[in-house]
Design a protein around this ligand. Structure first.
Ligand SMILES: Nc1ncnc2c1ncn2[C@@H]1O[C@H](COP(=O)(O)OP(=O)(O)OP(=O)(O)O)[C@@H](O)[C@H]1O
Length: 755
């Protein structure tokens, strides 16, 4: 079934063949010219298209994986007796490239309308010079946008539609075309699975839907006991009611808006309903709590215990006991049963999880692959509750599931029926602006918490984060921060007052050591949090001095060393430098190097390279044998547990990690056993998701790059619990960064809204 591709051999043929095309001709085509014909000619043969892809790979614009995928399409097509169209190969490679950039698919309309923006190619930091290859040195090697300017949407759709490597998903092909979205099959399937899992749960009837029913009355009584706020509208109570009614629900909110508090109350209310339900004969729900990373799980572990212990259990219907509300949080990988060397989990549709309710915290970090695995492993009628901050950076891997599901959360779009039900159940009347006759079923399952209980009204961290998030960061706000008008936020820049990279990077290093308390208002003195005095902000000197001056020795017990390591890890989490980039002087690599050298110069560490006491490390890949997860942080300590040949104690280095099994416990691991790690004086904002630090310093580079976005700056600011410092190589970069927003291509929201 070989097909000729003469229709794109030259533009005359193309115009004939696509005479009914409504897409306007591109200006480049209208201009015509030799160069255009030459560029177009690259799509005449498979070999020249493959050579071009390889050229882009050499330039590190696309990955070997992307070129390999295009080659696979060619091989599979040829096996079926079809010569694939070179344009199909090109689109296959670019779709794979987009997946590598976090997109679930490529929207061909957007691609052809603005290829540079859609693909981010060539990358802004690319310094590539074309190689002097004998075959290619004379030929112009076009950029993707130049090539794509010569093709039309209908041409792409027609060629993809005719290719044996592409289908609408109804049979197995490596590419799936859905309207104008082109997917790698795997990612189309993930999206299908998630959409199906949500849709099916939203359609399940709820015993709570009738406010007069027994279960609904129990829920209402429980909510009244659990929420005794005097506010006109208690959004936590509303969120709780809404999430209780649906087998799928999302609760989103900024830092400290009470997501943990709300979910604990929700679980108590659901157990009260179970306890009173004759169908269940007093059997409570099996509930599991999970988070995408070890760090996020540990943080929820810390906060949930307190919230559970404050529950007014005695006042609740249904004989709810403490043991009915879980306090142990596991990672999603552990819950699903990850296995080495395969992305398939032990729990799946053939071996579902034994759970009635699953709560996933920090759900913004869950990519489509993992989310699809969750739906695959959940029993069909199990309830799924996602918690997270919709405005944070999306997952590192493809997808922005939480963000998409919460696209309409701010306006809520509750139907009058939902508003009435909520009023009956909670006694709170929703503002009219949140009610919408044409609200969609998904809207009825999404709740947004709108009041921060962690940050006071006058908090700079809160004001700064809100301004970034709502596009309200103006000069006046920046001036206020610069002039230390807030207690908790400072903006530091080059002492010379001009953007000077060397000066500013020096400043970052000095700040990283002391935390610059003197730069904060009143030198950071005199603040109180929950009526307790708050110590001033610190830098890395704080934990390194704890390590230098500890008084343990060979006679100290393992328990003493564990206790010291717990304190050390806690002290380390009091400060963290965050940055946007990985490479270069403003990235993790450059900053780690510089900060380590400065710490060495100050004699806080004995050397700046290799392993040494005090070296903090971040695990960058899951290691199931050691039980370490991507994102875990450990600190290197010299311990006297080895023996010399004569039996004398000998000090060797071990890395202390918080134990994931025993709260407050420590695991000591020999550095030689650790595989994927990096020093963590500086950490990317991406890696910091799910973590919080008492004092966070965000370093922005002196030039804009595509990774610098509003979401990144917001996520960086909201990692700070009490103190936040911003250091920027160029003040304009902050303004420009918050003007850039992450938009990830995906069809999930549209699929769910299409019903
Ligand atoms: N309704 C409320 N009234 C008073 N204090 C509250 C209320 N809800 C939450 N808090 C307090 O606010 C703080 C933050 O609450 P919580 O940890 O539940 O928020 P969160 O949204 O989960 O925070 P994070 O951003 O850390 O995930 C806690 O100290 C909690 O006790």
């Amino acid at each position: 079934m070989s097909r000729s591709r003469s229709h794109i051999k030259n533009s005359d043929h193309q115009i004939d063949l696509f005479a009914d095309d409504t897409t306007p001709e591109s200006p480049t085509m209208a201009k015509g010219g030799d160069n255009m014909i030459e560029i177009r000619g690259l799509l005449n043969s498979l070999d020249s298209t493959e050579a071009l892809l390889q050229h882009w790979q050499q330039a590190e614009w696309i990955r070997p994986l992307d070129v390999g995928f295009a080659r696979l399409i060619r091989v599979l097509s040829e096996e079926q007796g079809e010569e694939p169209d070179p344009l199909v190969l090109l689109l296959a490679a670019l779709t794979s490239h987009q997946v590598g950039r976090g997109h679930v698919c490529i929207d061909l309309g957007n691609l052809l309308a603005d290829a540079v923006q859609t693909l981010s190619l060539p990358p802004e930091e690319s310094s590539y010079q074309p190689p002097k290859d004998t075959d290619t040195s004379e030929r112009h090697q076009p950029e993707p946008a130049e090539l794509l300017a010569l093709v039309t949407l209908s041409e792409c759709l027609a060629l993809l539609g005719a290719s044996c490597a592409v289908s609408d998903g109804s049979h197995t092909t490596p590419l799936v075309l859905n309207d104008t979205r082109l997917y790698l099959r795997r990612f189309w399937r993930y999206e299908q699975c998630i959409a199906e899992g949500i849709r099916q749960r939203l359609a399940l009837p709820s015993p709570l839907a009738d406010p007069e029913s027994g279960p609904a009355r129990t829920l209402s009584r429980a909510l009244d006991q659990l929420f005794q706020s005097s506010e006109a509208v208690d959004y936590q109570k509303l969120a709780c009611a809404l999430a209780a009614r649906n087998r799928f629900a999302v609760i989103t909110g900024g830092p400290g808006t009470g997501k943990t508090t709300t979910v604990v109350n929700l679980l108590a209310a659901l157990q009260a309903v179970a306890g009173e339900s004759p169908d269940r004969a007093g059997r409570k729900y099996r509930i599991r709590l999970a988070a995408p990373t070890g760090k996020a799980a540990a943080r929820l572990n810390e906060s949930i215990g307190g919230a559970v212990s404050r529950l007014p259990l005695a006042d609740l219907p249904g004989n709810v006991e403490l043991a009915d509300i879980p306090t142990r949080v596991t990672t999603l990988h552990r819950l699903l049963g990850s296995r080495p060397d395969t992305r398939r989990f032990r729990h799946n549709r053939d071996n579902p999880l034994l759970v009635d309710i699953l709560v996933i915290d920090e759900a913004s970090m869950v990519d489509v692959d993992l989310m699809a695995s969750v739906f695959d492993a959940l029993p069909a009628n199990a309830q799924l509750i996602l918690l997270g901050d919709k405005d944070q950076l999306a997952s590192v891997d493809a997808g922005a599931v939480l963000g998409e599901l919460c696209q309409r959360a701010f306006q809520a779009h509750y139907t009058p029926q939902t508003a009435q039900w909520l009023a009956t159940m909670t006694g709170s009347r929703l503002p009219e602006s949140l009610v919408d006759e044409s609200g969609h079923p998904l809207d009825q399952a999404v709740a947004m918490l709108r009041k921060s209980y962690r940050f006071r009204e006058d908090s700079g961290i809160r004001a700064f984060a809100e301004a970034v998030n709502t596009n309200a960061l103006d000069r006046a706000m920046v001036r206020r921060i610069r002039e230390a008008a807030f207690d908790d936020v400072i903006l530091l820049s080059s002492p010379s007052g001009k953007p000077d990279p060397e000066d500013t990077l020096e400043l970052v290093c000095r700040h990283a050591i002391t935390g610059s308390p003197e730069a904060f208002r009143n030198a950071g003195q005199g603040r109180q949090v929950n009526d307790q005095p708050l110590p001033p902000p610190v830098g890395y000197r704080h934990y390194l001095e704890q390590l230098q001056y500890h008084d343990l020795d060979e006679n100290s017990s393992r328990g003493d060393w564990d206790a010291m390591a717990v304190q050390l890890l806690e002290a380390f989490s009091d400060f963290q430098v965050l940055c946007a980039l990985r490479k270069g002087p403003w990235g993790v690599e450059g900053l780690n190097d510089r900060i380590a050298k400065q710490l060495l110069a100050e004699k806080l560490i004995p050397r700046a390279e290799g392993w040494y006491p005090g070296r903090p490390v971040l695990i960058t890949g899951n290691d199931y044998n050691l039980g370490l997860m991507n994102g875990d942080i450990g600190i290197t300590v010299s311990v006297p547990w080895d023996r010399t040949a004569t039996g004398e104690p000998r000090y060797t280095l071990r890395v202390a990690f918080p134990s994931s099994d025993t709260p407050g416990g420590i695991r000591w691991i020999s550095p030689s056993r650790l595989q994927q790690l990096e020093t963590v004086y500086a950490m990317t904002v991406h890696k910091s998701q799910g973590s919080e630090f008492d004092h966070t310093c965000l370093v922005l580079p002196d030039r804009l790059s595509p990774v610098l976005t509003k979401e990144l700056v917001y996520t960086g600011i909201t990692r700070a619990r009490n103190w936040f410092s911003l250091i920027t190589g160029n003040p304009n970069v902050l303004r420009e960064a918050v003007g850039q927003q992450v938009v990830r291509a995906s069809g999930l929201a549209e699929r769910l809204m299409a019903d």
